[in-house]
Design a protein around this ligand. Structure first.
Ligand SMILES: [Zn+2]
Length: 69
C-alpha cells in the first residue's frame, strides 16, 4: 500500500510558531491568565551557585499561570 499522507511536508513537523520559553515557564510570555513570577529554583536571582539558572535561563522569572480570579 502507498502512503496516504495529505501533508506534503518532508518530515518536518508542522509546529506552530512558539516564542522561546524557559523550562520553568508554564506558558509563553503574554499568555492571558499568566504572568511573571520569581523563579522558584534560583529565588529570582537568575543564578545558582554562580551559574545560570536553567529553570528560568538566567532571567530570574518564569511565566506561570495566575491562580484565582
Ligand atoms: Zn531561575
Amino acid at each position: 500500500m502507498t502512503h496516504d499522507d495529505p501533508s506534503p511536508a518532508t518530515g518536518a513537523p508542522a509546529a506552530p510558531a512558539s516564542p522561546p520559553m524557559a523550562p520553568g515557564d508554564e506558558a509563553p510570555a503574554g499568555t492571558p491568565g499568566t504572568g511573571e513570577a520569581p523563579c522558584r529554583d534560583c529565588g529570582g536571582t537568575g543564578r545558582i551557585d554562580g551559574r545560570t539558572c536553567a529553570t528560568c535561563q538566567g532571567t530570574g522569572t518564569v511565566n506561570v499561570g495566575i491562580g484565582g480570579a
